[in-house]
Structures are given as structure tokens and as C-alpha cells.
Design a protein around this ligand. Structure first.
Ligand SMILES: [Zn+2]
Length: 270
């Protein structure tokens, strides 16, 4: 599943190829994504130049005069810049065609992604309720401490709640909890301010490292075939059930928390 670093990398990868370029046509081959692609979208954006590409949470925002297109990659989506003539594959559902002969192509086998429209000056309910960005100054120890106060929810579930902070998915929550030596099952309200401060630092670190690594894959967003530029980083806990802890060598434990697999070290994480 594309997580925040992949979405950020996608933004950076496509931006130089589409900002300032004029959209000549929106081709929707299959509108049935997680929500239907609005049938008026083509009319709103055709003939307009892309003013900016940015990210909020896991939404990629393509700004034009009068509003922005909100693209979400869902479970399996990817965006690539291709020649318009490039043969269409089964899961290539949407093309944003540009005047230079290129197209921004959305591929999404599982169709949990979305392409929506937000008129300028209006709140979109999907964006409005999002918490702060994890790499912003707004997300800090004092803020997280206030969010956790009195909460009995497991810290891992709380940190994956996009109303608390956006974009800390299973991989990065698992890794940051490991690095901060916090038991993922621990009640959020029962963790000291000092430990939450370490946790915030580790969240920022694991995401920054992933984004930095993603930067090396930017060339893959244009032209080439195969998988888009998602990337693997060295993981200490996620996906390592039963394997030795990198600190104490005891086997890592797996539990389910809120339906999500959670791997941690019973010795190191308290
Ligand atoms: Zn350990």
C-alpha cells in the first residue's frame, strides 16, 4: 500500500512534468474507483494549466484555476508520466492528457483509489478532518501528549488515526514504536511526556529517511515500464515476526491491534 513517503515521492516525481502544463483532455476509462470520478471533472479542468502539485495526508492535490483535483492512490494505485500513445493496460483507469503529448496515468488494480474535485474556497470533508502533517512543527511532543491524555486506546492505534496525525501507517508506526522502545499495546494516556517526545522524533526520522530514499527513485516516474518508484527500506520490526530483535536477539512477537498485524520486541519495548 502506498504510504506517506511513497505519496510524497510521487508528488515530487510528477510535479516537474505537469506544473505549468496545459490539460487538453481527461480520459476516464473506468470511473468506478472507491468513489466515482465526477462526470463533470473533465469540463472543469480541460484547457487549464496545472498551477501546483502538493500533498495533504495521502492525497495528491493538483491545483488548477478554481479548485483542485484530489488523487488518492488507495491500496494499489500509482501515477506515472507516459506518452499519450503508450499502450493502455487493463488497470489504467484515468489519463490526464497534456498539450506536450504526455499523460499523467493512474493505474489502480484494486480500485480503492480516488479522483475527486474540491472547488476553491470550500472544505472537502475528506481533507477537513485531517490532523497535522507528521513532519510539520505542529506535530510535536506537547501536541501528542495532549492527544494522548486520558486515552485508553493502544498507542499504535492512536498514532494511526488520521485525526491525530496523518500518514503514519502500519509500517512507520511499527518501526517508530520499536525505535522508541514503546510497547504498541500500551494505553496512550499511560506514557510519559519524555517517552512521547522520543516517539515523535522517531516518527519524523523514519518518515524522513523513507522520503530521502524515495528521492533516488524519482526517475522511475517517467517512461520506464515495471513497478513505479516505491521503495524498500531496512525494517527492524515490521514484517519480521519470529525473527531476532536487532537489539537483544530474542524473537519478535506478533499481535493484532485494530485488525492490523503488529510486530514488536517483548524485551525491548515497554
Ligand atoms: Zn529486543
Amino acid at each position: 500500500m502506498p504510504e506517506l513517503p511513497e505519496v510524497e515521492t510521487t508528488c515530487r516525481g510528477i510535479s516537474p512534468h505537469i506544473v505549468g502544463h496545459k490539460i487538453t483532455q481527461l480520459k476516464v476509462r473506468n470511473p468506478n474507483l472507491r468513489w466515482p470520478v465526477p462526470d463533470f471533472l473533465g469540463q472543469r479542468i480541460e484547457g487549464q494549466s496545472v498551477l501546483d502539485v502538493s500533498r495533504r495526508g495521502k492525497y495528491i492535490l493538483i491545483k488548477v484555476d478554481g479548485g483542485q483535483v484530489m488523487v488518492h492512490l488507495g491500496m494499489s494505485g500509482s501515477l506515472r508520466v507516459v506518452d499519450q500513445g503508450k499502450e493502455v493496460q487493463k488497470h489504467d483507469h484515468v489519463d490526464f492528457c497534456f498539450s506536450d503529448g504526455k499523460a499523467l496515468r493512474l493505474t489502480d488494480p484494486r480500485r480503492f483509489g480516488s479522483v475527486l474535485w474540491q472547488p476553491e474556497g470550500e472544505h472537502h470533508e475528506l481533507l477537513y478532518k485531517l490532523g497535522p502533517e507528521p513532519l510539520s512543527e505542529e506535530f510535536n511532543a506537547a501536541y501528542l501528549h495532549a492527544c494522548c491524555k486520558g486515552r485508553k486506546a493502544a498507542i499504535k492505534q492512536l498514532i494511526m488515526d488520521s485525526k491525530v496525525v496523518v500518514g503514519v501507517g502500519n509500517i512507520y508506526a511499527t518501526e517508530a514504536l520499536f525505535s522508541a522502545a514503546i510497547d504498541p499495546r500500551r494505553a496512550a494516556g499511560n506514557i510519559s511526556a519524555e517517552r512521547l517526545e522520543v516517539f515523535v522524533k522517531e516518527i519524523k526520522k523514519v518518515l524522513s529517511v523513507a522520503i530521502e530514499q524515495g528521492g533516488t527513485t524519482l526517475k522511475d516516474f517517467v517512461g520506464s515500464d515495471g513497478k513505479p518508484g516505491y521503495f524498500q527500506q531496512k525494517l527492524n520490526a515490521y514484517g519480521r515476526k519470529g525473527e531476532p530483535c536487532v537489539n537483544c536477539l530474542s524473537p519478535l512477537t506478533e499481535v493484532r491491534l485494530g485488525q492490523r498485524s503488529t510486530v514488536f520486541c517483548k524485551q525491548c519495548q515497554r
